[in-house]
Design a protein around this ligand. Structure first.
Ligand SMILES: C[S@@+](CC[C@H](N)C(=O)[O-])C[C@H]1O[C@@H](n2cnc3c(N)ncnc32)[C@H](O)[C@@H]1O
Length: 391
């Protein structure tokens, strides 16, 4: 059956599935389902796989993510069905499973059309293709007709991916009936800052005020010019250092995407001090803990520079997430498409809950002792952490 698992992983991993029908029950059961069909669906901007269970007089549905979908399909084939018809963009596959649980896979020419899938794909973008959008035209991502330029397609996908992540946390921001104050720390050329403004104002119809902060004066001047041209009145860009930024009392959401090394920590600390409702942060080039981390047990991972570097990045981000939890945030780690769109990297998404998970303090202390580290973020939050560590 490993050949079937490999096939399903490849089809689902490459997002080429049109649909699957599992049939020919091993044991007939009038009460049970008689066949199961599976198709990709887009839910809240995420690709899911909808399993439809066909009973004699009813159907039921179950939506699963990619990995679970492969597991579920395998479970169904191993326990219930002798046959699977799998239609993909590239080919049709017939899976036949013998009594001895040996699977034969017959590959045939594709008989179903690709249109179904591409239709779904287009629908998943919050900012659609082929609809002229002033800010994307101005930034050179699409042309006047709304066509995304071939060399900007990754950027277009990244913008949409980012907005999907924002969309998921909107319940934490909406309903306050007041202007949302947002800061994008280390905004750079600000594709994502403009996208965020467009999304919140034009699509979600909210009142927002966004500041983009960056060290680079020329970039800031350029972005202010673009904001003016677009008529984005409540978006402005300032020159400044994240750690020293003062000009705000209350900030609802802090964004910091690819701000270098401890600039990310400085952004997280600022957000915590403002009690921001939402934090979205993609860390970049973590150097701080690299010379600090050490534990004899981990010697095999510490002796290869490239492994140690990755290890250090993971430790740094784990520390950040753990400290966010200690500060009353629920923190998630999501995969984000990198600027250079080669390696994927992490996005820390934190939402203020005011609750500190049980064991978070102990976990943090143990982790820190194990690695013998003294992270920037903990030092910067020392006052706030004092009480929590003593409890
Ligand atoms: C790699 S760019 C990312 C730009 C943008 N956020 C994005 O993801 O598309 C990082 C930016 O962070 C800025 N930056 C780094 N450290 C900073 C600091 N301490 N204060 C303000 N900006 C900083 C840099 O000048 C640079 O423009």
């Amino acid at each position: 059956m490993e050949n079937v698992r490999e096939l399903l992983e490849q089809i689902i991993g490459n997002e080429i599935l049109i649909d699957v029908v599992l049939s020919n029950l091993r044991k007939k059961d009038p009460e049970g389902f008689q066949k199961v069909s599976v198709r990709p669906v887009i839910l809240k901007g995420e690709r899911q796989y909808q399993f439809t269970y066909h009973y004699e007089k009813k159907v039921t549905h179950e939506n699963l993510g990619s990995r679970e979908a492969v597991g579920k399909a395998m479970e169904l084939l191993e326990n219930y069905f002798k046959q699977g018809q799998c239609f993909t963009v590239d080919a049709d596959y017939q899976i036949l499973i013998s009594k001895k649980m040996k699977a034969a896979i017959l590959k045939k020419k594709a008989t179903k059309q690709q249109e179904d899938l591409s239709h779904n794909r287009k629908k998943q973008y919050i900012i659609p293709e082929n609809v002229p959008n002033p800010f994307l035209i101005r930034l050179g991502v699409m042309n006047e007709k709304g066509k995304v330029l071939a060399n900007k397609y990754d950027k277009f996908r990244q913008i949409n991916r980012f907005l999907e992540m924002v969309a998921d946390v909107m319940p934490a921001l909406e309903g306050k009936n007041e202007t949302l104050h947002i800061i994008d720390f280390g905004c750079g050329k600000s594709y994502l800052t403009f996208a965020l403004y467009h999304y919140l104002i034009d699509i979600r119809k909210l009142k927002v005020n966004i500041i983009g902060l960056d060290l680079k004066k020329d970039v800031v001047n350029h972005c202010n010019g673009v904001a003016q041209e677009l008529g984005y009145e409540d978006l402005r860009f300032l020159v400044g250092d994240i750690g020293k930024f003062q000009g705000r009392e209350k900030v609802n959401m802090v964004v910091s995407l690819h701000a270098c090394d401890t600039a990310t920590d400085a952004a997280l600390v600022k957000a915590i001090e403002w009690n921001a409702d939402v934090i979205l942060s993609v860390p970049c080039c973590q150097h701080e803990l690299l010379p600090q981390i050490h534990n004899d047990i981990m010697a095999p991972m510490e002796k290869h520079g490239i492994i140690k570097e990755r290890l250090s990045s993971l430790i740094t981000d784990s520390v950040r997430a753990n400290l966010l939890e200690l500060m009353g945030y629920s923190a998630q780690m999501l995969e984000f498409i990198d600027m250079e769109h080669t390696p994927k990297n992490l996005l820390i998404r934190a939402v203020k809950t005011g609750r500190i998970p049980a064991h978070a303090v102990e976990e943090y202390k143990r982790f820190k002792t194990f690695w013998q580290i003294d992270p920037y973020m903990e030092r910067a939050l020392a006052e706030k952490l004092k009480g929590i560590f003593q409890e």
